[in-house]
Design a protein around this ligand. Sequence first.
Ligand code: ATP
Ligand code: MG
Length: 235
Amino acid sequence: MTLLTVEGLDVFHGDLQATFGVDLQVAAGEAVAIIGANGAGKSTLLRAIIGLTPARHGTIRLEGEDITRLSCDMIARRGIALVPEGRRLFPSLTVEENLRLGSARARPGPWNLEAAYDLFPAMTDFRHRPAGMLSGGQQQMVAIARALMMNPRLLLCDEVSLGLAPAIIGDIYACFRRIRDSSVSLVLVEQDILRARAASDRVYCLLKGRVTLQGASGEVALDAIRAAYFGEAAA
Ligand SMILES: Nc1ncnc2c1ncn2[C@@H]1O[C@H](COP(=O)(O)OP(=O)(O)OP(=O)(O)O)[C@@H](O)[C@H]1O
Ligand SMILES: [Mg+2]
């Protein structure tokens, strides 16, 4: 069953068109990676899906329901959560206060404080520290956990590995398996092609706002992805 269907999506920032007729599908239980260079329109696409930067043309459907014109709040309540680029925690609030804010629009489901600490046991040690005092990796754990507190059906993650050390990135990516086991579908925006392929069932490449390639992660060749990513002819 298709959980999310995006069709013909055009999103603008003022006069600047950031996405051009983007089509995207996410099946229930699936992990989809979106890869592309800086400025390709990856964040814009995620922001349009959660209603933060509304689409000018095209439709977004969640389990068949047209959510294109719904507010962020209504979309959140229907079960789409975003882990935003740059984490966007409240720096002066503690970890636990940040997590509790995530549950403000929560749906019923398995994710609560206890489950969040179980997902990232290290977070227990700094639960009463202000989020602004944490390392990048620690902040990323909190950002993912905060989004999960909404009990989403679909979790959109925008470049969770950006600026983090490889060991920490491994820890963060390890959580996605458990998140999927809780019946949450995933969209992972990632610039690292290998990591994106390894963590997903299907990949989409975005180049200058257009989908240039899509396919099963285990089947699309690395050369084809690189070509679709950088806009070069495949070797
Ligand atoms: N708030 C904004 N106002 C104006 N233009 C914007 C805004 N946000 C993004 N853009 C432009 O829209 C285009 C797509 O940007 P977007 O941030 O979606 O790309 P991205 O693929 O997420 O890039 P990155 O990998 O750097 O995060 C770029 O040309 C960018 O400059
Ligand atoms: Mg981005």
